[in-house]
Every structure is written in C-alpha cells, then in structure tokens.
Design a protein around this ligand. Structure first.
Ligand code: SF4
Ligand code: SF4
Length: 104
C-alpha cells in the first residue's frame, strides 16, 4: 500500500509531512510533496486526512479494492466519507460518524 500525490493540486503547505509517522513525505525542488520511500508506507491515511487540497489518495493493493483502486476521504465535521474508486472509475462511499466511533 502506498499513496499517490497529485502534484498539480499540492500547494506545498507541509501538513502531510508533519503528520506522517514514518517521515516519508518530502518536498521536491518545486516545493511540492512527494513520497520518498513508497514501500515503507503502511497506509495509516494520516496524510490523506490532513491534506486540505485533496491532493493525496491511498493506492490500494489487490487485497483491498483491486489493483489500481484508490481511497480518498472527505471530512464534513464529525463525518468522514471514505471513497474507494476502482480501476473502472466506480466509486463506493463508506460513511463514518466519529461521534459513534467507540461503538464499533
Ligand atoms: S498536505 Fe497536501 S497540499 Fe500540503 S504539502 Fe501535503 S500534498 Fe501538498
Ligand atoms: S499513509 Fe501514513 S505512512 Fe503512508 S505516507 Fe501517508 S502518513 Fe505516511
């Protein structure tokens, strides 16, 4: 599992770099974020949730959604909408209410 960063959407704010527990995200010479060791990413999704520009998605392996599927999250107050998009572009939304997270 790793992440994909859309450099055209990245504004170089550095928030993803601050939250990555593995210190895997760096800035390139243009000030845009990139992942330096994709194989070390364990898919915690902290960077995905933190990026306010929706520039980062998780790239899912064949065990989760099929090769080439991606995962993004939209934060609406206490609601997290996780969106899985498969290789054909079909999207599935998983809605999680953080206020009820202790009930899961
Ligand atoms: S949080 Fe998003 S916009 Fe900010 S540096 Fe990371 S990828 Fe770029
Ligand atoms: S998913 Fe987690 S481990 Fe992977 S790059 Fe993002 S913050 Fe780092």
């Amino acid at each position: 599992m790793s992440i994909l960063i859309d450099k055209s959407m990245c504004v170089g704010c550095g928030k993803c770099m601050d939250v990555c527990p593995g210190n895997l995200i760096k800035r390139n010479s243009e000030g845009k974020a990139y992942i330096c060791h994709p194989g070390d990413c364990w898919g915690c999704a902290s960077c995905v949730k933190t990026c306010g520009m929706d520039a980062i998605c998780l790239y899912l392996g064949p065990d989760m959604g099929g090769l080439g599927a991606t995962l993004t999250v939209e934060i609406k107050g206490p609601i997290r909408e996780w969106k899985v998009k498969d290789v054909k572009g079909q999207e599935t939304t998983i809605r999680v209410d953080q206020r009820k997270s202790n009930q899961y």
